[in-house]
Design a protein around this ligand. Structure first.
Ligand code: ZN
Length: 439
């Protein structure tokens, strides 16, 4: 799909506006204050900043990761699509069959070769942890309570290929590449989990379960596909992850789970009735102090636009279904971020790991630049306390810390795309992108 912003599109510099960095854990509203009155600290008060105050914020953010471990604050690592199938599967210790049924590419090794043509040789086989690269050190440093990814591949030896343009699979023997990053939960309501039929889905669920990774969004029947992943956070409460797929992300209607049919938790539509159903299922599980995440695979692969219907759906999830965080994904690049009534909406997290580096055609989106989202939330209100993002670059099928120039590029995209949502982003220490928003 053609997107509205060409490479030449000049992003708008925000006017000299003041943004609330973070609301206090108790969630009470504070008036905007002039930037020179800024005195409070990260995660424990209000920071108001513009680009001009970045230097001062750098100092505060040096203490950011520690503050995310503060008692009473639940910290999460979120990211977009983790696509460890196909080319990536081929460089891991247990590559599956490389046979593909794509129109152009018939062998998954072809994607490794394309990447090598662009960025040089990739060692084979790599260690399981290789793909996470510099992200592992960042996870160690940040120590989020919970780590959640959208796993966008079947994990299977199945040869039962669905009749579609692209089929992703990772050999079950490569599942240690997911546990290497201590991932707690994989959302599965996406357009690749059933690429290798029901046998492929069954093996995916079994493999993840055996690896002690919680799943949600796909199952042997609709009850299982709808059931949230419930993750206890020691002495802090629970995180409930609900995973939904939308047909706008390319999920075929035939993949919808039913009472007697395996499949994904496919949203029938974005209507009030659907919101009511989701609200009912959340009400059955959610207790005081729980944080409810709606993880939604929706929208097209390319394009910054957030359709009005999606945005309204996100708002209604918060207003009417008791959702605290909307974790959107599907686009291959980051999209704008919104804070609605204190709650975080990530409209599109972008990819996180994929085998696309040898594929040309959408360079202006810089799909190689990805983000680790570190979310601090107040479990008593579900409100966002802070969102820091660490910029990474996919190269050699692994993650590297992005350069300052590339981190700045991502910051500018998020500023440009967040303007209509009332959010902005500043660059802090270690090229950390810090969300600012107006309350
Ligand atoms: Zn997808």
């Amino acid at each position: 799909m053609k997107h509205p912003h060409s490479a030449k599109h000049a992003y708008h510099r925000l006017e000299r506006r003041e943004f609330i960095v973070s609301a206090v854990a108790t969630g009470f509203a504070l008036a905007l204050r002039p930037i020179w009155a800024q005195t409070t600290t990260h995660g424990a008060g209000v920071n108001i900043g513009t680009d001009e105050t970045s230097a001062r914020n750098d100092k505060q953010d040096a203490a950011g990761p520690q503050s995310q471990q503060a008692p009473g604050i639940v910290s999460l690592f979120l990211c977009g699509d983790v696509m460890t199938g196909r080319g990536i599967d081929q460089i891991l210790p247990h590559p599956g069959s490389p046979v593909l049924f794509e129109g152009y590419m018939k062998n998954a090794i072809g994607y490794v070769e394309l990447a090598e043509e662009v960025n040089g040789p990739i060692p084979k086989p790599v260690e399981f942890s290789y793909i996470w690269g510099d992200a592992l050190a960042e996870l160690d440093r940040r120590k989020p309570d919970i780590r959640i990814v959208n796993l966008e591949t079947a994990v299977t030896r199945s040869n039962d290929a669905e009749d579609k343009a692209v089929n992703y699979r990772m050999h079950p023997g490569n599942i240690p590449c997911i546990t290497a990053a201590k991932i707690d939960c994989c959302t599965l309501a996406n357009n690749h989990v059933l690429d290798w039929g029901y046998p492929g889905l069954a093996e995916t669920l079994k493999t993840l379960k055996q690896a002690n990774i919680k799943t949600t969004g796909a199952g042997h029947n609709i009850q299982e596909a709808r059931a949230p992943a419930v993750i206890a956070v020691s002495r802090k409460g629970r995180v409930l992850v609900f995973s939904f797929g939308s047909e706008t992300s390319g999920i075929p209607w035939s993949w919808a789970a039913a009472p007697d049919r395996p499949g994904v938790n496919l949203l029938p539509d974005l209507s009030a009735g659907t919101i009511r159903d989701i609200g009912n299922s959340i009400e059955q599980v959610k207790l005081e102090g729980d944080i409810a995440i709606a993880s939604i695979h929706w929208g097209s692969n390319w394009g910054y636009e957030v359709p009005r219907g999606q945005r309204e759906f996100a708002h209604r999830l918060i207003d009417e279904a008791n959702v605290d965080i909307v974790h959107g994904h599907s686009s291959h690049h980051v999209k704008g971020i919104e804070v609605y009534k204190g709650k975080l909406i990530l409209h599109g997290c972008g990819d996180f790991l994929n085998d696309y580096e040898g594929i040309s055609g959408h360079e202006t989106y810089r799909g190689d630049l990805v983000l680790m989202y570190f979310v601090s939330t107040d479990p008593s209100s579900g409100n966002l306390i802070s969102l820091d993002m660490t910029a990474m670059q996919i190269k050699h099928f692994r993650l590297y810390r992005a350069s300052e120039e590339d981190a700045r590029w991502l910051k500018n995209v998020l500023k440009r795309e967040g303007e209509k949502f009332g959010t902005s982003v500043e660059l802090g220490a270690d090229n950390t992108l810090m969300l600012r928003w107006v309350v």
